[in-house]
Design a protein around this ligand. Structure first.
Ligand code: GAP
Length: 445
């Protein structure tokens, strides 16, 4: 399957089955902003829940927080975002399109007569690059004036740094320890695209780990290993995951070292998570700009120091897209094309479909009762319309790992047929045990 076709097919399936819709579609859509539908919201929530379990619930040394999106404007001066969170932008004076100055489709040097616009093909119409800040600005209070400017946060990390002392003092943590957060971030990207890969509003799952100076390199390596394993455990094809180390020209202003976890998308190898050794940049800057001491006092060693930070920063939307891309496949079955989302059962939005074979002989009543019973333990779906084969196919496209059919033998023998999505193998299971059978296989206790 050609790679562009795969993305087109995936976007179309996401709309058809209710994973992802274009924002404000009835008004013509809003550029690179997407809404999650009934199945998409479950899939993304499962990703976030899995991250939260691994990073907060399963560990003793990480606390969670949920900071506000709006923060004091000085935060973004201290963080370096006001001065440095910029991309070089060029305009085409002819067709009015905008590009990043380093867009590989631009031929020649922007601002020079030889430069050619990649959209309209005009020569000499591209402006000199100018720096464009990616933060969205808005106004706090009723007056739209410079003094009231606040920003929509471009990363969740800063909400963690400014709460570092609050968490330290209110929890029983001692260094080394971490603070984790999941939340929305906003960037006025010049060239967003590739569906939900690069958008202007997205969700981050970030964790900042505070360590003693001198131990950062060791913690950085640990966190690299743990984070890569987390992605592997989502069932992603291992050969499609790799590391990319940032060279000196790629490193962000705050980073001493950085590695990206990349996935091989149809549009190339791209970052899904960054692991950064941020040193003492963030706490140092916030200490300087706020005038508040952010040092840690180590009672055992009787010493005072500014902790260093190892950050893990993943995009919830990017991980969701990765799962969808990795799961999508088409197969020939009995002369027909079967589209399957082979999602890991633990993240699949619906765990089981329940179908009465026919709409008579008490089957709908039995199937409905079973459906309500299952729904108490995990998301299930009831479908009694159309041929049974069609109903299986609809669930295959939704990534549902199990299909349960109530048939003629159910009343007499109190058994149902359970069909497994990937192998399409069928097994008879007792009605009384089918909830446990599915729960065990999808990892719900
Ligand atoms: N606090 C560090 C930080 O924000 P980043 O590499 O700019 O680092 C981290 O972003 C992660 O956030 C990326 O790996 C990606 O998964 C996600 N992300 C960043 N920009 C995004 C965008 N425009 N759309 C969707 N996800 C994005």
């Amino acid at each position: 399957m050609a790679d562009t076709t795969l993305m087109d097919k995936l976007v179309s399936l996401c709309k058809r089955r209710g994973f992802v819709f274009q924002s404000s579609e009835i008004y013509g859509g809003l550029g690179s902003v997407w809404d999650y539908g009934p199945l998409g919201v479950e899939l993304k929530k499962n990703v976030k829940d899995r991250w939260w379990r691994a990073m907060v619930h399963a560990r003793d040394d990480i606390e969670g927080i949920d900071a506000a999106i709006l923060m004091h404007p000085r935060v973004w001066e201290a963080s370096g975002h006001v001065a440095g969170f910029t991309d070089p932008l060029v305009d085409c004076r002819h067709c009015k399109n905008r590009f990043r100055a380093d867009d590989p489709r631009i031929k020649g040097t922007p601002g020079q007569p030889d430069a050619q616009c990649p959209v309209c093909g005009s020569k000499g119409t591209l402006t000199e690059p100018r720096l464009f800040n990616l933060m969205f600005k808005t106004f706090m209070g009723p007056v739209e004036e410079q003094a009231a400017v606040v920003y929509l946060r471009p990363e969740t990390a800063q909400g963690i740094y400014v709460n570092y002392l609050n968490v330290l003092q209110s929890s029983r943590q001692r260094i080394p320890f971490g603070i984790a957060q999941i939340g929305k971030a906003f960037r006025n990207e010049i060239t967003p695209g590739n569906f939900i890969f690069r958008t202007r509003e997205f969700e981050q799952m970030e964790m900042q780990f505070f360590v003693k100076p001198g131990t950062d390199a060791e913690w950085f390596e640990r966190w690299r290993e743990w984070r890569m394993q987390w992605h592997r455990d989502l069932g992603l094809t291992p050969e499609r995951l790799q590391w990319h180390q940032h060279g000196p020209d790629e490193l962000a202003h705050y980073a001493r070292a950085a590695f990206d976890i990349q996935y091989q998308f149809p549009f190339g190898w791209q970052e899904i998570e960054g692991i950064h050794n941020r040193g003492n940049f963030d706490l140092g800057r916030h200490q300087e700009y706020s005038g508040k001491k952010l040092e840690y006092f180590d009672q055992a060693a009787n010493e005072r120091y500014l902790p260093l930070i190892v950050e893990t920063s993943a995009g919830a939307d990017r991980v969701t897209l990765t799962l969808l891309v990795d799961a999508y496949r088409e197969e020939e079955v009995e002369g027909e094309t079967r589209v399957v989302l082979g999602l890991h059962p633990a993240v699949a939005p619906i765990k089981a479909g329940v179908f009465p074979l026919v709409k008579k002989d008490g089957m709908p009543e039995l199937a409905t009762a079973l459906y309500h019973d299952l729904k108490r333990r995990f998301p299930a779906f009831y479908d009694d319309s159309g041929a049974i084969g069609r109903r299986y196919r609809r669930m295959d496209e939704a990534g549902t790992p199990f299909g349960i059919t109530v048939d003629g033998e159910t009343t007499a023998q109190r058994t149902v047929t359970v069909r497994e999505r990937d192998s399409m193998q069928q097994e008879r299971v007792s009605v009384d045990q089918v909830a446990e059978y599915v729960a065990e296989r999808v990892g719900v206790s």
